[in-house]
Design a protein around this ligand. Structure first.
Ligand code: HAM
Length: 424
C-alpha cells in the first residue's frame, strides 16, 4: 500500500456529508451578501506569493511547495488564495464586468507546516474578497458576514477578535515605538523574535514561546499609534459592529502572519478547537492590488479553514440531504430516473434495505413494493417526520421538493407496511 502524504487526507463517505452541508451554508451566505464564485488555478508563479503574501512571512520563507517546472519556471502550489484573487481581479479587469467586485472561492491550499489537529499540509479554504471599497461600513459587513457564517453552521463558543494594524504612515512609527520599548529586553527574546524585531517588529505579537510572553505583554498597543484617518476608520468599524449587534473583543496582539494587511484585522476563534483555534481570519489590504501591478484599489476579505469549520460543527443530526433512497424487492425494474435517488441492487430483503437507507442522510425513502409497482405509484417516506404518502410516479418530483410529509398521528414501532411486505 502506498499511503497518502503526511498532512493530507481523504474525505470519505460518512464525512463528506458534513462537508457538503458546510459548503451549502457557505454558498447560501455568499449568495445572500452578493458574492460571485470564481475558481483560480492551484498552481501559480512563485513570485505572486513572494510579492503578495510577503517575503518576510513564514508562509513564503518556510512553507511553500515551490519548485522549478520542466520549462525552468519557478512555480508553487498556492499557500493561500488572496494573491490569486487579486491577480484574477487585475488580469480580467473584473471591475469592468461586475458592479461591485465581491468574489469568493472554495478550494485546496498547500503549506508545508507541522501537521496536528486542525493543521494540515493540504487544507481547504473558503476565500472571500471585495475590491474597490474603502468605507468602514464594508469592514463591518465583512466581519458580520463571517460571524453569520459561523453561527449558521451551528458553531457555538466562537469569539470575534478585531484590531487595527494601521497604514503605511502610522505603522512604521509604531514599529519604532516597539523597538524602543523592547530596549535591553530584546536580548531576552527567542531567536525568531530577535529576527522579527529587526525585520518586522509587529510580528513579535505572533510569538507563542512562553518565555517571550511577559515581554510581549508589556509592549505598547498598535491602536494607540494610529494616525487620525486610521483611528476614525477603526472607530467607525467597531461602532458599526456594535450597531449590527456583533459581539467582539479588541485584541492588540492580533497582527496576523501575512504582510499585506492595513487597518482592520480580524479572526474568529473556535472555543473547542484546541491549539489551532482560528476558524477564519482576514482583514483589509489597501496597497496590495497596486503592489501586484493593478490599479490603486482597496481590498478586504477573509479566509475560513473548511477543515476547522467542519470539525467545529456540532455532531449528529444535521438536516438530511436532499435526495432519496429507493427500497425495492430484488429483481424489480429500476424506476424512471427522474429523481435524484440511489437504489440498492441485489437480493436483500426490504427490511435490510430499509435499515441501510436509514443509515444514510437521505431525506426520503421511496418504497417500491409489489403493490406500488402494480399501481404505477410509489410510497414516499419522509425520514425526518416519519410520515408516508402514496403518490403516482408523475408526482414524485413535486412531492420530494414540496412541503414535508406530516408525521402519522401515532407511530407504531417499526413500519407496518414494511413488516407486512417482509413476511409476504
Ligand atoms: P490565514 O490566517 O493564513 O489567512 O488562513 C485563514 C484560515 O485558513 C485560518 O484561520 C485557518 O482556519 C485556515 N488554515 C490556515 N492554515 C491552515 C492549515 N495548515 N491547516 C488547516 N487550516 C488552515 C489567509 O490565508 C488570508 N488569505 C485570509 C484573507 C483573505 N485575508 C484577506 N483576505
Amino acid at each position: 500500500m502506498i499511503p497518502a502524504i503526511r498532512g493530507t487526507h481523504d474525505i470519505l463517505p460518512g464525512e463528506i456529508e458534513r462537508w457538503q452541508q458546510a459548503e451549502q451554508v457557505v454558498r447560501d451566505i455568499c449568495g445572500r451578501y452578493g458574492y460571485r464564485e470564481i475558481r483560480t488555478p492551484v498552481i501559480e508563479r512563485e513570485e505572486l506569493f513572494a510579492k503578495g503574501t510577503g517575503e518576510t512571512t513564514d508562509i513564503v520563507q518556510k512553507e511553500m511547495y515551490a519548485f522549478e517546472d520542466k520549462g525552468g519556471e519557478r512555480v508553487t502550489l498556492r499557500p493561500e488564495a488572496t494573491p490569486s484573487m487579486v491577480r484574477a481581479f487585475v488580469e480580467h479587469a473584473l471591475e469592468q464586468h461586475l458592479p461591485t467586485v465581491k468574489i469568493f472561492s472554495l478550494g485546496p491550499m498547500f503549506r508545508y507546516e507541522r501537521p496536528q489537529k486542525g493543521r494540515y499540509r493540504q487544507f481547504h479554504q473558503l476565500d472571500v474578497e471585495v475590491f474597490g471599497v474603502s468605507d468602514a461600513a464594508l469592514d463591518a459587513e465583512v466581519i458580520e458576514m463571517a460571524a453569520g457564517l459561523v453561527e449558521a453552521l451551528g458553531i457555538e463558543d466562537a469569539e470575534v477578535v478585531v484590531n487595527s494594524v494601521g497604514c503605511a504612515e502610522c505603522r512604521p512609527v509604531f514599529g519604532r515605538a516597539l523597538v524602543t520599548a523592547l530596549g535591553d529586553r530584546e536580548a531576552d527574546l527567542c531567536g525568531d523574535c530577535r529576527r522579527r524585531a529587526a525585520v518586522n517588529p509587529l510580528r513579535i505579537f505572533d510569538c507563542k514561546v512562553p518565555s517571550c510572553q511577559p515581554i510581549v505583554d508589556a509592549l505598547p498597543h498598535a491602536t494607540n499609534y494610529l494616525c487620525d484617518a486610521c483611528r476614525s476608520h477603526f472607530d467607525a468599524t467597531t461602532g458599526l459592529l456594535e450597531a449590527l449587534g456583533v459581539a467582539f473583543r479588541v485584541s492588540h496582539r492580533l497582527v496576523r502572519g501575512l504582510d499585506y494587511y492595513t487597518r482592520t484585522t480580524f479572526e474568529i476563534l473556535g472555543g473547542r478547537l484546541g491549539a489551532q483555534n482560528a476558524l477564519l481570519g482576514g482583514g483589509r489590504y489597501d496597497g496590495l492590488v497596486r503592489r501586484l501591478g493593478g490599479p490603486d484599489r482597496a481590498g478586504i476579505g477573509f479566509a475560513a479553514g473548511m477543515e476547522r469549520l467542519v470539525l467545529a460543527m456540532p455532531d449528529g443530526s444535521g438536516p438530511r440531504a436532499p435526495g432519496a433512497v429507493i427500497v425495492a424487492p430484488g429483481g424489480a425494474a429500476p424506476p424512471p430516473a427522474r429523481v435524484h435517488a440511489r437504489i440498492y441492487y441485489g437480493d436483500r430483503s426490504m427490511k435490510a434495505q430499509m435499515r441501510r437507507a436509514n443509515r444514510t442522510s437521505a431525506r426520503h425513502v421511496l418504497i417500491l413494493g409489489d403493490e406500488e409497482i402494480a399501481r404505477g405509484s410509489v410510497t414516499i417516506k419522509d425520514m425526518t417526520s416519519g410520515g408516508e404518502t402514496l403518490v403516482g410516479w408523475d408526482d414524485v418530483v413535486r412531492k420530494l421538493t414540496g412541503d414535508p410529509i406530516p408525521a402519522p398521528p401515532e407511530q407504531p414501532t417499526g413500519s407496518r407496511r414494511l413488516r407486512v411486505r417482509d413476511t409476504a
